[in-house]
Write a protein that binds this ligand. Structure first.
Ligand SMILES: Cc1cc2nc3c(=O)[nH]c(=O)nc-3n(C[C@H](O)[C@H](O)[C@H](O)COP(=O)(O)OP(=O)(O)OC[C@H]3O[C@@H](n4cnc5c(N)ncnc54)[C@H](O)[C@@H]3O)c2cc1C
Length: 497
């Protein structure tokens, strides 16, 4: 269902692109030229690059407060990680939470969790501004933009009821979010130019970034603005050369869990102006069956993890799914492993979505009445697997899992005893990159001397500083929205001066 809908989102985008291409020599070309000409001559307050959560929130807020934004998107529709996101966003005391009877959380607790999850590397000022403004932003998205949220779910760490899931007819929630925001931007008359790729940032004689050079189906042109350019282009998760260079060859082996066109424009476009680029070796990853997109998110902490190549345990199943995914990419040949579970685990309610994901995506799950037969089916070594399962069960019975090599540190581990047994193949998959030009709390890009580069802003995954190592589930979309909203207000205040 989820992937079908993602596909239909793309189909719509692809159809409009195909439609446009079919008309290249005629009306579309003339219309394209006219739109580009109009944009070239238009007087915009700000140019927003990228139609993901960050760019769209920024465009809507700017139009609401009387600015004249223009939004440029390189693809035929929103095409970044936003449309792949499950759609969880975070708040601590929103009216949606209150309506669901939830209380007891605070921005201070959220701050502590953000710093803990970033292993103390999250920029304190960016984190503070972020946690203090989530509630306001989510309530505005609900009230003004018409985004429908289901509030009060718990996500993995810290298991507090901060999650607001974007709901509506389209799955996943991130695709629905893009649709809500695009509809609002359209109703406000925001010019949104699709198939318009920013290839260069333009700097005026005073050193201000005041425009962009764009490539469209009809050629190249320039667009200028009064207050500058907001990069909402996402990170570089789909740029294999950049991932290899910055995050290493293990990360580069990972299949991509989200958008295939997020190519690192946050770094490439800003580099001529010498921004302070931070945290480029940092990224988020998770388990995936790469060839099909099936997701064993909860299965990976519920059984024994063995490598495909050597039939060996190589990771602690008590770690986060992020770290297990990193280990799978780094410690196994070709980034392939299996989770081995028994029938009791198979029937756990919490795993229903995972099994559905494998079934829906026609990803293989091997099943047999003995461990040896299971190994044969999955292409594993039967003797080795039988010994691993025996040792693991004994350690579980004796409370000595911590002494296994590598240890298994799960607070509660499930035995692998009751037939039938299952082997679930998976890989570590790339979700998103965390690195980019460092910004201050006004989303201004800083240079290597920590001074704002005039007129240059970055938000969402295009900006560096907030995230490191891992993220509190739901915080990435929320970050894009919080700073997308704020940068519009900041620019409005600057233009008044
Ligand atoms: C499978 C998956 C699930 C996730 N689930 C969640 C979740 O539930 N909650 C959460 O908080 N986060 C989640 N995330 C992360 C979240 O999706 C991202 O952090 C968020 O969408 C980033 O939004 P953005 O606006 O910064 O960029 P994006 O959504 O990536 O948008 C960038 C846009 O910029 C455009 N663009 C790029 N370069 C140019 C250019 N040169 N010219 C013009 N346009 C350009 C792209 O085409 C794209 O449309 C998930 C990610 C994945 C992959």
């Amino acid at each position: 269902m989820q992937n079908q809908s993602r596909r239909s989102f793309f189909k719509t985008a692809a159809l409009s692109a195909v439609g446009a291409a079919a008309l290249t020599s005629g009306a579309a070309e003339a219309a394209g030229k006219k739109a580009a000409k109009k944009a070239e001559g238009g007087r915009y307050d700000m140019i927003i690059v990228g139609a993901g959560c960050g760019g769209l929130v920024c465009a809507v807020r700017a139009a609401q407060i009387g600015l004249k934004p223009i939004l440029l998107e390189k693809m035929g529709d929103s095409a970044g990680n936003t449309i792949y996101a499950a759609g969880f966003m975070l708040g601590t005391n929103t009216k949606m939470q209150k309506a669901a009877g939830i209380s007891g959380d605070s921005a201070d607790k959220f701050y502590d969790d953000m710093i803990k999850v970033s292993k103390g590397h999250g920029d304190p000022a960016l984190t503070r501004y972020f946690v203090d403004n989530c509630d306001k932003t989510l309530e505005w998205m609900s009230d003004y933009c018409g985004v429908k949220f289901k509030a009060g779910m718990k996500l993995v760490f810290p298991m507090l009821t901060r999650a607001h899931l974007v709901v509506g007819p389209t799955q996943p929630g991130g695709s629905q979010l893009a649709l809500y925001l695009q509809a609002k931007a359209k109703s406000l008359g925001v010019p949104m130019l699709f198939n318009t790729k920013v290839v260069k940032l333009l700097q005026n004689s005073k050193g201000m970034i005041d425009g962009v050079k764009v490539k469209t189906k009809t050629g190249y042109s320039e667009i200028h603005s009064r207050a500058g350019v907001i990069l909402a282009t996402g990170g570089y998760s789909a740029n294999q050369a950049m991932v290899t260079m910055y995050a290493g060859s293990a990360a580069a082996k990972m299949p991509i869990r989200g958008s295939r066109i997020i190519a690192g424009e946050n770094i490439v476009l800003t580099q001529p102006f010498m921004p302070k680029i931070v945290n480029v070796d940092q990224y988020h990853c998770g388990p995936i069956h790469g060839p099909t997109g099936a997701n064993p998110l909860n299965i990976v902490n519920k059984g024994i993890c063995v490598s495909k190549e050597k039939t060996e345990r190589f990771t602690d199943e008590g770690q986060t799914y992020v770290q297990m995914s990193r280990d799978t990419a780094a410690k196994t040949k070709d980034n392939w492993a299996f989770m081995i579970v028994d029938d009791d685990v198979h029937n756990l309610k919490v795993l229903a979505n995972d099994w559905n994901s494998y079934a829906r995506n026609r990803a293989p799950v091997y099943k047999a009445d003995t461990i040896e037969d299971l190994a044969k089916q999955a292409g594993l070594d039967p003797k080795k697997l039988a010994k691993i399962v025996k040792d693991y069960n004994a350690a579980n019975d004796n409370n000595t899992r911590g002494k296994l090599v590598p240890p298994n540190t799960l607070p509660k581990a499930y035995p692998v005893k009751k037939a039938p047994f299952y082997a679930v193949p998976f890989q570590g998959g790339m979700t998103a990159t965390f690195g980019g030009p460092l910004v201050n709390t006004n989303a201004q890009v800083l240079d290597t001397e920590n001074q704002p580069i005039p007129g240059l802003f970055a938000i969402g995954n295009a900006a560096g500083g907030l995230f490191y190592d891992d993220y509190v589930g739901g915080a990435q979309l929320t970050n894009a929205a919080v700073y997308g909203y704020h940068v519009a207000d900041y620019i409005k205040a600057q233009l008044k001066k």
